[in-house]
Design a protein around this ligand. Structure first.
Ligand code: GLN
Length: 533
C-alpha cells in the first residue's frame, strides 16, 4: 500500500511575531487528535546552521532536541502541542541547505553544471521537507515557513512550495497564510488591508493560499471575513479567526471551534475521523482555574526577555496546572542580586537558577543559590544553576573561598566545575557541547529518585562543563550528595542537599521534556515543596 504524503505550509504576513509557531503546533495537535499521523517542521530562513550560536536577545531560548540539535524555540511549542519528541529532520535552516549543496558541489556531484538556487537549492529544500515525513513515519507534515512573506531570505522556500504544488496532486498540498489585522487606534476599527497586501505578496511568489488565518486582537466580525474572502480569493469559511487569547494552549481549541481541522482534512481529501480534545480541554480548564498561588523567583541574565526561558516557564505552567496552582514568576536579575545583595530575593517561595552562559551576573546567581540553601527555601538549579550551587557550597560550606568554574576563572585553585580531561580544547563555538539526551541513574531514596519514581532517566543536555569528580567525596561528606550519575558513574548529573527541605541541582534541562499532559516530575516535586515551605 502506498503511504500518504501530504504537505501543509504555514506562511506569515504583515509582521513577525504573530504566533505562527503556535498556529502550526495547534494544527499538528488537531490533526493528531483526529488520528492523522502528522508531524511538524520548522524552516528558519537564516544562514545559521543551527540556533546554538544565536543570541537569546534576538531569538529567545535555544531549544534542544532529543538527538542533540539546537533549534529555535518553536520546536519546543511543537513538542509540547504534539506530545512527541522531534529531531533533526523537523528543523531546517538555510545554513543547513547551503551547507549540503556546497558540499555536494565540492565533491563534484553536480558534474560540472552551474549550481543555482533554482533548481539545486530548491531541490534540497524539497528533499528536506519530504525527509520530515520519512524520518517520522508520518502521512502529513505541517511546515512552518519562518519569516514574513516578502523577506529576501524566504524566496527560495516559497519557490519550493510553488514547485511542490505544481508537481503533486492538488489534494496533497495546502497553504495556510497567517496574517495580522491591526486595530486603528483613532477609530477602533479592525483593518484588513495589510493582510490583503501580504496575500498579494504571496501570490507574487506564485502561491494562492487555501486558508487565511486572521490574527486579530478582537473577534473577527462576519463582514470582515467576507471582505478577506473576496479580496484574498478564498472561500469565506476558509477565513479563520485567530483572536488574542489568554493562553497559547487555547489556540487549538479556538481553531477547532472554527472547524479548521475538518476543513483542512477535507482540503487534503482525508476523511475527518472523530476527535478527542477532552484531556486538552481539561488541562486548559485547570490552567485557568487555579486554587492556590505560588511566587517563584527565576534568577537569570535575560530577565527582561521572558522568551529566553520559554520552556522553563511552560514547564512551571504544566506542573502548576497539575497541582491546581498558578505560578507567578518573579524575574530577578542576577546582576541586581550582585549589586544590591540578597534582600532582593525576599518574598519568593522557591528559587530557580536556570541554564546560562557567560560571566555577567554569575556572582548574583551564586549568592541566590547560597541564600536558598541558608533559608531552607526550595531550590531548583538547572545546568548553570547546578554549577553555581556547587560553587556556592564549596565556597561557603567547604571554606574554599576561591572555588569557581573554569569557564569563569580558568586559574581557580578549586575548579569544582571544569572541563573533563577528554574534552580537548574547544576552539569552535558551534556544536561543541554535550547536547541531547543522555541516560542517568538515580540514587535510591534520594529526592530526585522519589520525584521521578524511576531508577533510570533520560534527560537533555546543553553544556560544556561538568562537576569535577575530584570534589565528590568532600561534597558528599558535607551533605551535598550526588543523586544522579551517568551509567558509568563518571559524570555527576544531579546533587541534592541532605539537610534541606528541597534543594536539587541538575546538570540537565528537565524543562525541555515537560508536556501539558505530562508535567515533568521534577517541577511537580519542586512546586509541592514550595507549597509546603
Ligand atoms: N555554561 C555552562 C556550561 O557550558 C552551563 C550551560 C547551561 O546552563 N546550559 O557548562
Amino acid at each position: 500500500m502506498k503511504l500518504l504524503a501530504k504537505y501543509v505550509f504555514v506562511t506569515g504576513g504583515v509582521v513577525s511575531g504573530l504566533g505562527k509557531g503556535v498556529v502550526t503546533a495547534s494544527l499538528g495537535h488537531l490533526l493528531r487528535a483526529r488520528g492523522v499521523a502528522a508531524t511538524l517542521q520548522k524552516i528558519d530562513p537564516y544562514l545559521n546552521v543551527d540556533a546554538g550560536t544565536i543570541n537569546p536577545y534576538e531569538h529567545g531560548e535555544v531549544f534542544v532536541t532529543k538527538d542533540g540539535l539546537e533549534t529555535d524555540l518553536d520546536i519546543g511549542h511543537y513538542e509540547r502541542f504534539l506530545h512527541q519528541d522531534l529531531g533533526r529532520a523537523n528543523y531546517v535552516t538555510t545554513g543547513q541547505i547551503y551547507w549540503a549543496v556546497i558540499q555536494r558541489e565540492r565533491r563534484g556531484d553536480y558534474l560540472g553544471r552551474t549550481v543555482q538556487v533554482v533548481p539545486h537549492v530548491t531541490e534540497e529544500i524539497k528533499a528536506r521537507i519530504r525527509g520530515a515525513l520519512e524520518a517520522t513515519g508520518s502521512e502529513v507534515v505541517v511546515v512552518e515557513v519562518g519569516g514574513t512573506v516578502g523577506d529576501i531570505e524566504g524566496l527560495p522556500y516559497l519557490e519550493a512550495v510553488r514547485q511542490l504544488r505544481d508537481e503533486l496532486p492538488e489534494e496533497d498540498v495546502a497553504v495556510v497564510h497567517l496574517a495580522y489585522l491591526p486595530i486603528l487606534s483613532t477609530t477602533g476599527e479592525l483593518k484588513t488591508k495589510p493582510a490583503q497586501h501580504s496575500v498579494k505578496e504571496l501570490r507574487t511568489a506564485g502561491i494562492q493560499p487555501d486558508f487565511v488565518v486572521a490574527r486579530c486582537p478582537t473577534p473577527l466580525p462576519d463582514q470582515l471575513r467576507r471582505k478577506i474572502a473576496l479580496f484574498c480569493d478564498v472561500p469565506v469559511d476558509h477565513v479563520i479567526e485567530d483572536r488574542d487569547l489568554p493562553s497559547i494552549y487555547e489556540v487549538p481549541l479556538l481553531l477547532a471551534e472554527e472547524g479548521m481541522d475538518v476543513k483542512l482534512l477535507r482540503r487534503l481529501d482525508l476523511e475527518p475521523r472523530e476527535t478527542d480534545l477532552r484531556a486538552w480541554k481539561d488541562f486548559v480548564r485547570r490552567l485557568k482555574n487555579p486554587e492556590r498561588f505560588l511566587r517563584i523567583g527565576i534568577v537569570g541574565k535575560y530577565v527582561e526577555l521572558h522568551d529566553a526561558y520559554l520552556s522553563l516557564v511552560e514547564a512551571l505552567r504544566h506542573a502548576g496546572a497539575a497541582l491546581g496552582v498558578s505560578v507567578e514568576i518573579r524575574w530577578i536579575s542576577a546582576e541586581q542580586v550582585e549589586k544590591e545583595g540578597e534582600g532582593v530575593l525576599a518574598g519568593v517561595q522557591g528559587i530557580i537558577v536556570p541554564g546560562g552562559f557567560g560571566e555577567r551576573g554569575i556572582e548574583g546567581k551564586i549568592l541566590a543559590a547560597d541564600w536558598a540553601r541558608r533559608q531552607g527555601t526550595p531550590y531548583l538549579g538547572i545546568c548553570l544553576g547546578m554549577q553555581v550551587a556547587a560553587i556556592a557550597f564549596a565556597r561557603n560550606v567547604l571554606g574554599k573561598k576561591n572555588a569557581h568554574s573554569t569557564e569563569f576563572d580558568p586559574h581557580t585553585p578549586d575548579p569544582v566545575i571544569d572541563l573533563l580531561p577528554e574534552q580537548t580544547k574547544v576552539k569552535e563555538k558551534g556544536g561543541t557541547m554535550r547536547l541531547g539526551e543522555y541516560p542517568a541513574e538515580l540514587v535510591p531514596g534520594s529526592k530526585i529518585q522519589k520525584a521521578y519514581d524511576q531508577e533510570k532517566i533520560n534527560e537533555r543536555h546543553r553544556h560544556r562543563y561538568e562537576f569535577n569528580p575530584r570534589y565528590l567525596d568532600l561534597f558528599s561528606r558535607a551533605g551535598f550528595l550526588p543523586s544522579a550519575l551517568s551509567p558509568d558513574g563518571r559524570l555527576v548529573e544531579a546533587l541534592e542537599l541532605r539537610d534541606h527541605p528541597w534543594y536539587v541541582a541538575v546538570q540537565f534541562h528537565p524543562e525541555f521534556r515537560s508536556r501539558p499532559l505530562r508535567p515533568h516530575p521534577l517541577f511537580v516535586s519542586f512546586l509541592r515543596a514550595c507549597l509546603s515551605s
